[in-house]
Design a protein around this ligand. Structure first.
Ligand code: PMP
Length: 309
């Protein structure tokens, strides 16, 4: 991914993609204290636009605050950097990755005395869990790894270090042929996917784990709250057990990368009922299509969530 044309914004400068490098003694590389975002730009009606850019950027600053890192750029500078990267790389749509890390002045667990850095890269990225998965739904397995406890790592920070847990869970189940993992919290309740929030539908009501499960406060998750309200669906945040997922009518993952991805199977149990057992359910389909209308600028109510580049 490093040897290609393009530009990456690095500490205030647009640098050639190939030259966007850091030293091997970078503190974050050794101890995992860093924060990042995943943002998407869409080839929307009226031109390329970044979805919920302010919300993602605010979460980036909040993640840094939680990890006691001071990003040396203003919110406005980081907003502008993300737009500039999409423009410079001539992307019509794609994924944007801002990441803030601790520099290489000194090693040792304490990061004190090190500089804080920020970069923003962007590249084209299609359906995270595959086009087929978006239509048919994906096959998920409960991971043997527990999601972070809220007082071990900070679960409301999109922190680099949180993702070794995600990687373990994802590798564990994809090695067995599943598409994605589901992680339970320390008490055994459903938390989230390695990079996705989860929703289940039962008797027309939409449920998602509350944030005490250690799930990230996903921006797509929040978008689903708005969509559910618009569709007249009741949405409840609560503790969810894994067997509640087994007997739900529909389930789906959400995330900036995953967008709205139906789940057709958990632990080899086909989800759903009637003629949509083991496939995308009707409420999921409605929510998914409302989501794509919003991100692609086809719903004027949410035009304020799209920042033109
Ligand atoms: N949980 C985790 C662990 C994630 O990495 C992500 C992706 N950022 C999400 C949930 C979904 O968050 P969002 O909708 O803001 O992308």
């Amino acid at each position: 991914m490093s040897d290609r044309d393009g530009k990456i914004w690095m500490d205030g400068q647009m640098v050639d993609w190939r030259d966007a490098k850091i030293h091997v003694l970078t503190h974050t590389l050794h101890y995992g204290c860093g924060v990042f975002e995943g943002v998407r730009a869409y080839n929307a009606v009226g031109g390329t636009a970044i979805f919920r850019l302010e919300d993602h950027t605010e979460r980036l600053f909040n993640s840094a605050k939680i990890l006691r890192m001071k990003i040396p750029f203003s919110m406005d500078e980081v907003l502008a950097a993300q737009k500039a990267v999409v423009r410079e790389n001539k992307l019509e749509g794609g994924y944007i990755r801002p990441l803030s890390w601790i520099g290489d002045e000194k090693l040792g667990v304490s990061p004190k005395g090190n500089t804080i850095h920020l970069m923003v890269a962007a590249w084209p990225w299609g359906a995270y869990l595959g086009e087929e998965g978006m239509k048919r739904g994906i096959r998920v397995k409960t991971s043997s790894f527990t999601r972070h406890h809220v007082n071990i790592t900070m679960t409301q920070a999109k922190a680099v270090s949180n993702y070794s847990n995600s990687i373990l869970a994802n590798l564990e189940v994809t090695d067995e042929g599943y598409d994605e993992a589901l992680l339970l919290d320390c008490s055994g309740f459903v938390s989230e996917g390695p990079g996705e929030n989860i929703f289940v539908v039962k008797d027309g009501v939409v449920y998602t784990p509350d944030l005490s499960s250690g799930a990230l406060n996903g921006i797509t998750r929040n978008t689903i709250f708005h969509i559910a309200k618009d569709l007249g669906l009741e949405l409840i945040q609560k503790r969810i057990t894994r067997d509640e997922v087994y007997i739900c009518d529909e389930a789906f993952f959400t995330g900036t990368a995953a967008e709205v991805t139906p789940i057709r199977e958990l632990d080899r149990i086909e989800l759903g009922k009637g003629d949509y057992v083991g496939s995308r359910g009707p409420i999921t389909e409605k929510i998914q299509s409302a989501y794509f209308d919003i991100v692609n600028g086809r719903n004027p109510k949410y035009a304020h969530w799209l920042s033109k580049v």
